[in-house]
Design a protein around this ligand. Structure first.
Ligand SMILES: C[S@@+](CC[C@H](N)C(=O)[O-])C[C@H]1O[C@@H](n2cnc3c(N)ncnc32)[C@H](O)[C@@H]1O
Length: 402
């Protein structure tokens, strides 16, 4: 292990070295591709040029930079720590948050700025921004990462600033050195403290994990469920100026598709499976907007407890996948196998909602794939386990039967 094999400067000294002109120059001489090398080989190479502890610090930076580039698709050009990178807001999510903050035309204080992911996004939009961070080494790196903002050492629970004229960002830590916590009471600062601090600011935004229990959302907050690509990134609460208390919003990035609880919702009772079926994105279900999406798609629900929607006509929306229904069978592996074999199909994709069998397990039970790929949408409708065999449709596809 890198950390054991080579002497390690304590974190603060390491951070000071990395932000120094010597550290900067040494890092600039390491190509981004070096981050993909074996860390031990990289540190051995660097020890030929640098003292051991500095070589170890540089090798760690190179490795983390490579990791960040792999994760975010470009070089962040930031000084990193493993935990700071792990906790950093994705740049596309940070940019959207920063745009919304910029529209408030208030100075911003990021009270838990970490390495500066959110802070940098604000500064890049020209927002007057300052960061607070309680960890000294992290604050040293954040100062170097976001030169347009002041970063000061402090405790977000007792911010050394008056908040009544500021928009604040709170992104509490959800992990200690060893593990991630799912208990909001164990976040740092704890959830209730964050809510309290938010209430004293003119405007505020609190980043929470995607799985946050909706009961934790205070009535004064607007809630956003933010998804990037296929993954839920966070639940974001907005309070104070610019926020609409009680509003829920689904946000899909990078396309920027949105739906809010102010949109009309489908009031119809659940209906039968029609020619088309829709599978809403996670941000829609997390925001509790399935009925609103149904209205937008001209669709109805199949079961009040299940998010699959159906309609007699196709519709396309970035917030749902559209399928043409090819067949519907009560769930039985035997029956499904027979149907697929008879039609010359195989289960290319398996989706499920309110269905007990894991997609991989179902694929295994169905045996070796032969024939054309179809999608199986496995669910429970009115207590009956049901499999919808379907074909994914894209907006550019010819409309079936038209
Ligand atoms: C999830 S990270 C923030 C990441 C940041 N939003 C970004 O995009 O880079 C949380 C940060 O808050 C800091 N922190 C935790 N408790 C704090 C407190 N009470 N006051 C100030 N900072 C705190 C942690 O040290 C950590 O760096």
């Amino acid at each position: 292990m890198l950390a054991l094999a080579h002497p390690r400067l304590v974190d603060i000294e390491r951070a000071r070295y990395l932000v120094s002109p010597a550290g900067r120059a040494a890092l600039a001489a390491i190509p981004l591709e070096a981050g993909r090398d074996d860390p031990n080989r990289l540190v051995t190479r660097l020890r030929k040029i640098h003292p051991p502890a500095e070589a170890s610090a540089l090798a760690e930076q190179a490795t983390l930079r490579g990791k960040a580039a792999g994760r975010f698709g470009h070089d962040l050009a930031m000084l990193l720590t493993a935990s700071g990178l792990e906790m950093m807001t994705h740049p596309l999510v940070a940019e959207r948050r920063a745009r919304r903050l910029a529209a408030l035309r208030l100075p911003v204080a990021d009270l838990t700025c970490g390495l500066g992911g959110d802070l940098l996004a604000c500064a890049e939009l020209g927002v007057a921004a300052a960061g607070i961070e309680r960890d000294t080494a992290t604050a040293i790196l954040a100062r170097a990462n976001v030169q347009a903002a002041d970063v000061i050492l402090g405790d977000a629970a007792r911010p050394p600033l008056r908040l009544d004229h500021l928009a604040i960002i709170l992104d509490p830590s959800r992990r200690d050195a060893a593990r991630r916590t799912f208990d909001p009471g164990a976040f740092s600062p704890p959830w209730d403290t964050c809510i309290e601090v938010l209430s004293t600011a003119r405007a505020g935004v609190l980043k929470a994990p995607p799985g946050l229990d909706r009961e934790r959302v205070p009535p004064a907050a607007e809630m956003e469920a933010v998804q990037l690509g296929t993954g839920m990134r966070e639940v974001t609460l907005w309070t104070g100026e610019g926020a609409v208390p009680g509003l829920r919003r689904a946000v899909l990035l990078p396309v920027g598709a949105e739906l809010t609880s102010e949109a009309p919702e489908c009031a119809e009772e659940p209906g039968p499976i029609g020619r088309f079926l829709f599978d809403p994105e996670s941000c829609v279900t997390r925001a509790g907007l399935v009925r609103h999406l149904a209205h937008r798609l001209g669709a109805w629900m199949l079961d009040s407890q299940v998010a699959y929607l159906s309609a007699g006509a196709p519709a396309f929306d970035p917030l749902a996948a559209t399928f043409e229904v090819l067949d519907v069978v009560p769930f039985s592996v035997r029956r499904l196998k027979d149907l697929l074999a008879a039609r010359g199909w195989h289960a290319g994709e398996v989706r499920r909602r309110a269905f007990p069998v894991e997609p991989d397990e179902l694929r295994r039970l169905l045996g070796r794939p032969k024939g054309d790929p179809v999608t199986l949408l496995c669910t429970t409708i009115g207590g009956q386990r049901t499999v919808v065999v379907a074909r994914r449709l894209r907006p550019e596809d010819p409309v079936p039967g038209a």
